[in-house]
Design a protein. Structure first.
Lengths: 168, 406
């Protein structure tokens, strides 16, 4: 179990904000701490995974390889953010690589613990999933925005101009 | 459009597990962009006579698409540096060093213009190669791409052919471009036509020996035809020399990796007169007309048998080639097309016609507006293209049904 008032921290995480204190205490008992040194890779795209991570301290960078040693930064996350939930639900390999930008303190929740939490507290689990869907929706919108932004970057970088030049 | 978008990239270090995150503005990437012009053999540049303002201007032509663009002296300077190795930043520096000032819209505008004319390398040369490039995850497509790349390397070519062509021209090639040869050739064509009519009456019997040996027939006729393709290209080269221009290259290659063909680079003829260009384009197909006529006339004097069959079939194939080479409309941009665009003075006829037909014509008709003379030529070009292709298809269908019933 993590030290220094984990329940107070869980209240700051969006997906747990609607949970009552007893449920947060029950959940906190299932969390495991992990320290990630600056520059350390937590997992890579394609790795197997069954854990969701909450960031208590520090920042991590989520990236996707594009060319050789170059990767595109998809997101940067800090205290109160969480990641890794996709593999928790779809059981597919990790979709991106996560590394620590600064030394980070993470709290891990594995699939088994989540299932136990759902069985014991179904009402609390419903609130958790409702918040999770909202987070997914927000991230989906952000992904769309990122695609548009990257496309704009590409157009600007290559000087392609479709506004003033007629298509052929 | 403001050039300010940034993209964040994570670059891993080789030495250790570490990395760094860099925010790269699109403007920086644009400066690092290294535009590459298409292969040197695919474009040509000619200086135009100076106008009233005494400024130098150039015409740059994409030989594959027949698109022409005008370049000013300063744009030509930038074009010369688009070798795929020089970044826009380096080009801008070189420009300032040479001209002492810089017009910030010059490079983007030039690049847009060059892209429009497909003078910068952006995509594979053929549609097939383009499709293969799109399906690189498919093992079969990848294997085919590798095979084509390998086959494309089977190119026998020489860029030092001018002296040989000049020698060939002096040793008799010059006779091709005299009036007596033209008269003789036309007389031979008339004789060939009369022979064809005579042969047609016994077509069934004459074709018989070829039908008995189909593989030998196809191989021998095709091989012989292939040899005359070399003659076709050689005469193009001789015409170029006749007008005092330079033959830049002659060779054999597998076009797109699978079409065996001879080729000659006579782009220097574009620096000569219109008449010279038309004669050069026409000279190649005339080889097929004369040779076909000779074959047909010879066939009438041969006894029934494989040889007569072969000679007659060769004659027919040569005349077909003559017609195909001179076919000027859509779908095939061969010698006939180049003659047509030169005569009309519309170098981008094919593309402009299609664009007008696709994007403009129907709107104009809907609005009840008329069309200009040039637009009428574009429409006529499209109509004749469809009519000729339809006639060709119908003729073949008639031929198939006719043969099936006889």
């Amino acid at each position: 179990m993590p030290t220094s008032d984990p329940v107070a921290f869980l209240k700051t995480v969006s997906v747990f904000k609607d949970l009552a204190e007893p449920h947060l205490v029950a959940l906190a008992l299932r969390l495991r701490e992990r320290v990630l040194k600056k520059g350390e890779v937590l997992f890579r795209e394609g790795d197997k995974g069954d854990e969701l991570y909450l960031i208590r301290e520090g920042t991590v960078v989520i990236s996707k390889p594009v060319l050789g040693r170059v990767e595109q930064v998809l997101a940067r996350m800090g205290p109160g953010d969480f990641f890794g939930e996709m593999s928790l639900f779809d059981q597919a390999p990790r979709s991106a690589t996560v590394q620590a930008e600064t030394t980070a303190l993470l709290l891990c929740l594995d699939r088994e613990s989540l299932h136990q939490f759902i069985e014991i507290s179904p009402r609390a689990a419903a609130a958790f999933f409702f918040q999770m869907v909202q987070v997914f929706t927000t991230r989906l919108r952000e992904s769309g925005n990122l695609v548009a932004e990257v496309t704009r970057w590409g157009l600007e970088a290559t000087g392609l101009d479709f506004e003033t030049k007629p298509s052929r | 459009m403001p050039r300010q978008t940034k993209i964040e990239l994570l670059i891993r270090r080789e030495a250790d597990e570490g990395f760094e995150v860099r925010a790269v503005p699109s403007s920086l990437a644009y400066l690092q962009y290294r535009p590459q012009r298409i292969a040197d053999s695919a474009w040509e540049l000619a200086e135009l006579p100076k106008g009233i303002d005494r400024r130098r201007t150039y015409v740059l032509k994409n030989r594959a698409t027949d698109r022409y663009i005008l370049l000013r002296e300063r744009e030509r300077f930038l074009w010369a540096q688009m070798d795929g190795r020089t970044s826009l930043q380096d080009m801008a520096t070189a420009y300032v060093l040479r001209y002492g000032a810089f017009d910030f819209d010059l490079i983007p505008n030039l690049i847009a213009k060059l892209r429009q004319a497909e003078l910068l390398t952006l995509r594979p040369a053929s549609r097939l190669r383009e499709a293969l490039a799109r399906h690189q995850k498919n093992l079969g497509a990848r294997a085919l791409e590798v095979a084509f790349k390998g086959l494309e390397k089977i190119t026998v070519t020489s860029r030092n052919v001018q002296r040989n062509f000049e020698r060939l021209y002096r040793w008799g090639g010059l006779l091709i471009f005299t009036l007596p040869t033209l008269v003789l050739g036309l007389a031979l064509a008339v004789l060939g036509a009369m022979s064809a009519i005579r042969l047609w009456q016994d077509a069934g019997e004459i074709a018989g020996p070829l039908a008995q040996h189909p593989i030998l027939a196809v191989l021998s006729v095709k091989f012989f035809f292939f040899a005359t393709l070399a003659a076709h290209q050689t005469v193009h080269g001789l015409a170029c020399v006749h007008y005092g221009r330079r033959v830049r290259e002659y060779g054999f290659t597998l076009l797109h990796g699978f079409v065996p063909t001879f080729y000659v680079d006579v782009t220097d003829i574009f620096m000569a007169s219109r008449r010279a260009r038309v004669v050069t384009a026409l000279a190649g197909p005339l080889v097929h007309l004369y040779f076909g006529a000779l074959c047909l006339w010879t066939a009438t004097h041969l006894p029934f048998g494989f040889l007569q069959s072969f000679v007659a079939a060769t004659g027919v194939l040569q005349w077909q080639s003559f017609l195909v080479c001179l076919y000027p409309f859509c779908f095939l941009e061969m010698d006939g097309y180049h003659i047509l665009v030169d005569v009309l003075g519309l170098p981008t006829l094919n593309k402009d016609s299609w664009r007008f037909f696709r994007d403009e014509l129907w709107r104009r008709l809907g609005e009840g507006k008329g069309i200009s003379r040039q637009e009428a030529i574009w429409v006529g070009y499209i109509v004749l293209s469809f009519v000729s292709v339809s006639a060709f298809v119908l003729f073949n269908l008639w031929g198939l049904t006719h043969m099936g019933s006889s």
